[in-house]
Design a protein around this ligand. Sequence first.
Ligand code: ADP
Ligand code: MG
Length: 701
Amino acid sequence: MLSLRNYDIKYIKGVGPQRAQLLAAELGIRSAYDLLHHFPASYVDRSTTYSIRSLVDANLDELPSVQVRGRFVSLNVVGEGAKMRLVGLFSDGTATLECVWFKGVNTMRRRLSTGQEYVLFAKPSRFNSTLQMSHPEVDIPGSTFAQEGLRGVYPLTERLRSNNFGSRAFYASIASFLAGRTTPFADMLPRSVVESLGLMSYDAAIRAVHLPPDPRTLQMARLRLKFEELFYIQVDILRRSRKRKESIAGYYMPRVGRWFNDFYSQCLPFELTGAQKRVIKEIRADIIGQRQMNRLVQGDVGSGKTLVALMTMLLAVDNGFQACLMAPTEILATQHYETISGMCAKIGLNVRLLTGSTKASQRRQIAESLADGSLHILVGTHAVIEDKVQFSRLGFVVIDEQHRFGVAQRARLWAKSEIPPHVLVMTATPIPRTLAMTVYGDLDVSVIDELPPGRKPVSTVLRYDEQRDRVDKAIESQLKAGRQVYIVYPLIEENEKLDLKSATEGFERISARFPSYKAAFVHGRMKPSEKDDQMTRFASGEASILVSTTVIEVGVNVPNATTMIIENAERFGLSQLHQLRGRVGRGADQSYCVLMTKHKIAAETRKRLEIMTSTNDGFVIAEADMQMRGPGDIEGTMQSGLPFELKIANMARDGQTIQLARGAAEKLLDDDPDLTSPQNANFARALALMTDRSTDWSRIS
Ligand code: ADP
Ligand code: MG
């Protein structure tokens, strides 16, 4: 591994000093190790040759790049200047297709001749019903590249390609380097792990991933390499988390006292769900252990997370501590405050709200009651983590919808008490457990996987713009029944102006269409106070319709709202749609969600939206979303927390391998917690290299 990391790519045949510089600048590839770990993004199967005839009627959307074999019937340079192109008519005897080159026209014209047999390789398309290949790869049959079998397609940049270093040249350099290395590359994984899981050796895997002999071997090779990346990460995370658990003491909260019991017997208007009970027990087990709790509670929208948060905060109060609940926005904080103070009115719990707009006089009161210990629960926005907010004994912190709270903010909270308070993070953005384990590193994860009884699932339909009349009628009947309606427009930053325009037009249209009902309007360009104003009009029931760009706050609760219309639904991610849909279905009435799109949408998009119409389960949706789009935000956040960039493993799609790596990491650390055993010496060295955040090894050549 070290020797590969120290091997400068400029000495590799086919690379040389100039390309080496380019590779470093474009892709950060400096050493042979980097080169070998720049994996194909996909593979093409060149063992099949298609007849052109079979492509004529084929559904081209579903075809990858294909290979055809035949001769050019004609080759003509047409047009001039920027419009100059080379057009070749290619025939294999079954039919013809047209090849077009817009770049390198003269070079290509010189290279090609009619009569010579060629193998062409490209993704076919149809242009005015003519079958086309644009810029196909052209080979003479029998040459190295027209060989049969699997070939990697490497993710490269435009600049590399225009410097004659495309996928094929890249592949050739790797192939020549591998051919020159006859001694096997050392395996850094512990032998016990490789053997017990039956993994391919590193040497075999790295060769097969670049030069796959057959699909099965390729699959084994990819598994081995993915596993390796994930294993480093899991061992790293697990080791830190075990260390942290050993070393960070937590407040001891053994009592279940008057606040919890009184709330339970006097204020709880319904039975807790089984899942809520279970999660409360998990939290209680944490706070009576001697360690600081760091727990994530995932629960679908409406699963009753707030109640779990409240009841566990009461446990902290019972033990003489103060608790605080942070929400990402003012509206949410206010709602939490109202819910909690409303529910606890009977038992005299002292709850206060602190946000950016809290008046100075109230701030003073809050500060006093925080200091003298009479304030039990402080609810607020990030205002609660300002330095001047001083608790007398902060023991328990709840963070709602944490994806908007950074690690730095959490750290500030910690600084508010002598030893760090217990931390409970709640999120309605469900992510599969395997991913959560990695994204949240050392957080323990609880799941509320049950909705309170009696909830009617939201009925979801897909409608086209042409059916707007029908949708309007449905809206009307809900309004007549006294219900409220959300209408949401997408807001995408690059396109903010246009989006605002369509939302504004939508607002005007709907106001004109339903003149006897009041409509509120919220958009991203408004001042927070204006936004709050409009939201309040809707929440209080004064306005029946809320038209908004996607600023409807996650977690907002208006039980009388039964209909959610989402315009341009195709522009939203599934998880976002699910969040939006979660705004309805909060009361006893049947609720509806209408996904509006243009009539013409891609098959892929339709499939995505149909997931929404077929299930209400946030976890199913999150998994599907991640498989289709990758984990997006989550991955971004997470990548920044990882010790190195993943080159082959994928957090969204490789859940099983993550689990495998996790299990193996646990076993390894159980047997050899500090990795001091001689059998693990190589691995320990590699791990130190891979996870050393202080050195950028890719820069050492
Ligand atoms: P979440 O924050 O998980 O989206 P909330 O805590 O806002 O969900 O709860 C949604 C609604 O369900 C609230 O009106 C709440 O009072 C109600 N609720 C919570 N737990 C239960 C339960 N066990 N039985 C019935 N209703 C419940
Ligand atoms: Mg909530």
